[in-house]
Design a protein around this ligand. Structure first.
Ligand code: ZN
Length: 297
């Protein structure tokens, strides 16, 4: 489980989340390297926050990154209930500099594109496409928000992996300016963001998501220390979890699109059964001839 808060003030709104447990689960499911989970964990964290902005239970939000780096394609999907799942083509990617332990995320992702797809049950899902700017995910999403949705945003994402390959902390925040945001607020927010430490260091320093919200809105001036730049209100507190919605029924519906002839051929070649593995949760489903009996296709 991860925890998320969503809030608003006069000039901005924000999402802040702690996704340590969710990211650990993703790391276990996909057997990720430290580099792999640093990337997938960031995209899962971002999707979790963005999914909270959907309006209906059946809507979904997908972030798809097609980079030319060794990480390959990365896909994450989230819904408004905070259920997130993800996949990457090379979870064992390794761009860690072994002398410093620094993980080169941009190098692993490479150049390419980022799609954000919002499926809201309409005929054509909303889809925004941007070129990757740095491949560091947070910057790329901020660029996406600005160019595709015209919303000036700050996106901070972080995943820290321990020496023993366990997630030490993970999470992030998104701050978005509201229309007509005042220049004074923007200036002070920029100053604040320059001054605060990366989100993983905040978590390691004992900050929780509530304390991070306060930090973001705290005045910097020494004479007014602790005074808020402006008052904010927390609108929602909820949980984020790694959850896949796959089922045998769903895979069956997918398989029958291949056509009976193709299915029968595969079954014959594979000794009367076929196995399908879900890319998101690694669950395996087995199908035999009986599963297709009585289906008209
Ligand atoms: Zn699944």
């Amino acid at each position: 489980m991860g925890k998320l808060i969503k809030g608003v003030s006069k000039n901005a709104r924000f999402f802040i989340c702690d996704t340590k447990d969710l990211v650990q689960e993703a790391m276990d499911i996909h057997s990720c390297s430290a580099t792999g989970i640093s990337i997938l964990g960031r995209v899962l964290t971002a999707a979790g926050m963005m999914g909270k902005d959907l309006k209906s239970e059946s809507d979904s939000l997908t972030i798809r990154i097609n980079g030319d780096g060794p990480a390959g394609t990365i896909i994450t999907t989230a819904n408004m209930n905070g259920e997130v799942k993800g996949y990457m083509s090379n979870p064992q990617v390794d761009t860690e500099e072994h002398d410093t332990g620094q993980i080169q995320i941009g190098k692993a992702v490479g150049n390419g594109t980022m799609y954000v797809i919002k499926d809201m049950g309409l005929k054509d899902p909303f889809s925004g496409l941007v070129q990757l700017q740095t491949g560091e995910i947070g910057d790329d999403l901020a660029y996406y928000f600005y160019t595709s949705e015209q919303i000036p945003s700050v996106v901070a994402l972080g995943v820290k992996v321990n020496q023993d390959y366990k997630i030490s902390c993970a999470g992030g925040f998104i701050i978005q300016l509201l229309p007509g945001a005042e220049n004074e607020f923007i200036d002070r927010l920029e100053e604040k963001l320059k001054a605060i430490r990366p989100v993983t260091e905040l978590f390691e320093g004992g900050f929780d998501i509530y304390r991070i919200a306060k930090l973001l809105y705290e005045d910097m001036g020494s004479d007014v220390e602790g005074k808020l730049i402006e008052d904010y209100e927390i609108l929602e507190e909820s949980e984020l979890s790694y959850k896949c919605d796959c089922s045998k029924e769903r895979y069956l519906r997918g398989l029958i699109t291949l056509g009976r002839k193709e299915i029968e051929q595969i079954l014959e070649e594979d000794g009367g059964k076929m196995e399908v593995e879900c890319h998101f949760c690694m669950k395996k489903y087995e199908f035999t001839k009986e599963d297709f009996d009585g289906i008209d296709f």
